[in-house]
Write a protein that binds this ligand. Structure first.
Ligand code: URA
Length: 208
């Protein structure tokens, strides 16, 4: 499996804003969206191009355009929703599938409560969106859902990761590229990433 850690200074600066306990809900939500946009830029690096002709004001030119590859954003409810708008601002034609999975607070295992995908998911490049890759249980379950639905091309975009999550994805889905902005030290007893940024869903939606 490949893990790409985005070390770009702009991303690292924005990640620091997310980590800060004093960052309020408005800024937190905006910065999640901005980071998602920058992550999408990286995730789309290898999309195939084709040559097309356009007429500029000066002359006809043979130039590059995306070769019609279709994208599906797959936010894991609910924190993944915070990453959708930033990516849609770059790729407005992407379809959005939803997977509702929550972590059982006792077992930390993922439990599905909602799933809705476009019918042609199998022919789309799928970006699973979940700001936090902690135990990896939720991300691995989402990747399995997509594969069961026929998806062939899957990437996971997680703003912040921890080693157990990265290892789980490596073991269960070696074909899924993980794109993240940092891999922190460890998980605490409640499954939170340390030092992390707290509960991403609560901080995006202001529910704490
Ligand atoms: N989910 C979160 O929102 N934060 C963590 O630290 C781990 C999982």
């Amino acid at each position: 499996m490949s893990v790409t850690v985005l070390t770009h200074p702009l991303i690292q600066h924005k990640l620091t804003i997310l980590r800060d306990i004093d960052t309020g809900v408005k800024v937190f939500r905006e910065v999640v969206s901005e980071i998602a946009m920058l992550m999408c830029y990286e995730a789309m690096r290898e999309l195939p191009l084709e040559e097309i002709k356009v007429m500029t004001p000066v002359a006809e030119a043979t130039v590059k355009a995306l070769a019609g590859k279709k994208l599906a954003l797959v936010p894991i409810l609910r924190a993944g929703l915070g990453m959708v708008d930033g990516i849609l601002s770059l790729v407005p034609s992407a379809k959005v599938a939803h997977i509702g999975l929550y972590r059982d607070p006792e077992t930390l295992e993922p439990v599905e409560y909602y799933c809705k995908m476009p019918p042609d998911i199998m022919s789309r490049d799928c970006f699973i969106l979940d700001p936090m890759l902690a135990t990896g249980g939720t991300a691995a379950a989402a990747a399995k859902f997509l594969k069961d639905a026929g998806a062939q091309s899957i990437k996971l975009l997680s703003i912040l990761s921890a080693p157990p999550g990265v290892e789980k994805m490596e073991k269960m889905h070696p074909d899924v590229e993980v794109i993240t902005c940092a891999i922190d030290g460890h998980l605490n007893d409640h499954g939170y990433i340390v030092p992390g940024l707290g509960d991403a869903g609560d901080r995006i939606f202001g529910t704490k």
